[in-house]
Design a protein around this ligand. Structure first.
Ligand code: GDP
Length: 386
């Protein structure tokens, strides 16, 4: 067994690198679409085989003003139509509109691996004349999922908990502004302790390269200036492959990802590509020189497990500590010490991480055995609205 194989995290990354087909540094972000698949077929490397059997669960939330291209991007990312019956309300209806929470689940299957993907859309966000309260239903939704998990975790049937917690939130920033708007700042400040926020600049094809550079810099400065904690890609270990380090570096320096979405196939130089056709040419969604779409998808797929772990170990633990504190204060009969010091919290978190690592080693061993048996079959994408 090689050194990287004895380290579960590294073996996982190795697997993911293969499936995300990111071949650095020569090819940078190559296009997994040429193989006609999204690239999560190696998720068994990340999760327990049993969970893979019943379907790997991931919840992605998309937030941003309407019209910024959220639905288009989500459909382009997962090669599926998540919103077949969508109705867009007229402006008059939007004036006093409250934010709705719209969760759609699709099952995507690739090489026999099922991904049960829930995309939580937030129509109406930023639409009303007075938007000061528009992130409250979103906070409520995230907390409700934590609450449900907490309830299920303390119940009898702990083995079969469905994890509906929000693992990642793509926050769409308008390309038309000069950086963040007050609503963007308020939202991120209110949500950064609850969910992994990944900021994206919408409709990047409306910006020149120079403008993209400028707006990215400005957004990062504003995020730092307001003390907002966005999702941080984990550091690649010192002894990690150079390719993986380079990939992490490139992904990190691309944040906030400037994306373009389209579900339309257009022929360019004899090849069908997803893109947007303009009188002056085609913007190719999956061309890394045109936008950060592939980087965003690589980030999401490569770090899916980390996004889940951070959700569990950090955001959920925060919620749990607060919740237990609250119920003790209000006379509840929870046994946990509500006055956990920072050090205790850190220790608890480390213990949880250790448990995760041990579980992962067991998973990897089981998975390696099964991989020896199974030969891969070609990828296939199926989806249905739930
Ligand atoms: P949502 O309301 O945020 O879900 O936005 P939609 O996905 O419905 O997109 C709104 C409009 O913007 C549609 O006409 C899309 O075709 C267009 N659109 C979506 N993505 C892009 C993009 O990346 N660039 C440009 N220029 N237009 C886009």
């Amino acid at each position: 067994m090689s050194h990287s194989e004895s380290n579960p995290k590294k073996s996982i990354r190795k697997g993911i690198k293969l499936f995300s087909q990111v071949d650095l540094p020569e090819q940078k972000f190559t296009n997994p679409e040429t193989a006609g698949y999204v690239g999560f077929a190696n998720l068994p490397n990340q999760v327990h085989r049993k969970s893979v059997k019943k379907g790997f669960e991931f919840t992605l939330m998309v937030v941003g003003e309407s019209g910024l291209g959220k639905s288009t991007l989500v459909n382009s990312l997962f090669l599926t139509d998540l919103y077949p019956e969508r109705v867009i309300p007229p402006a008059a209806e939007k004036i006093n509109q409250t934010v709705k929470i719209d969760a759609s689940t699709v099952e995507i299957e690739e090489r026999g691996v099922k991904l049960r993907l829930t995309v939580v859309d937030t129509p109406g966000y930023g639409d009303a004349l007075n938007c000061s309260d528009c992130f409250k239903p979103i906070i409520q939704y995230i907390d409700d999922q934590f609450e449900r998990y907490l309830h299920d975790e303390s119940g009898l049937n702990r083995r079969h908990i469905i994890d509906n917690r929000v693992h990642c939130c793509f926050y769409f920033i308008s390309p038309a502004g000069h950086g963040l708007k007050p609503l963007d700042v308020e939202f991120m400040k209110a949500l950064h302790n609850r969910v992994n926020i990944v900021p994206v600049i919408a409709k990047a094809d409306t910006l020149t390269l120079h403008e993209i550079k400028r707006i990215k810099k400005r957004i990062l400065e504003e995020i730092a200036g307001h003390g907002i904690q966005i999702y941080q890609l984990p550091d690649a270990d010192e002894d990690e492959d150079e390719e993986f380090k380079e990939q992490t570096r490139l992904l990190r320096e691309s944040i906030p990802f400037a994306v373009v979405g389209s579900t339309q196939l257009i022929e360019v130089k004899g090849k069908k590509v997803r893109g947007r056709l303009y009188p002056w040419g085609v913007v190719e969604v999956e061309n890394p020189e045109h936008c950060d779409f592939l980087k965003l998808r690589t980030m999401l797929i490569t770090h899916m497990q980390d996004l889940q772990e951070v959700t569990h170990d950090l955001h959920y633990e925060n919620f749990r500590a607060q919740r237990l504190k609250g119920s003790k204060d209000s006379g509840g009969d929870e046994v946990e010490d509500p006055n956990l010091s920072e050090k205790d919290k850190m220790l608890l978190q480390k213990e949880a991480e250790l448990r995760h690592m041990q579980q992962m080693i067991a998973r990897m061993q089981a998975q390696m055995k099964s991989q020896q048996k199974d030969a891969g079959s070609p990828g296939k994408v199926t989806s249905h609205q739930v």
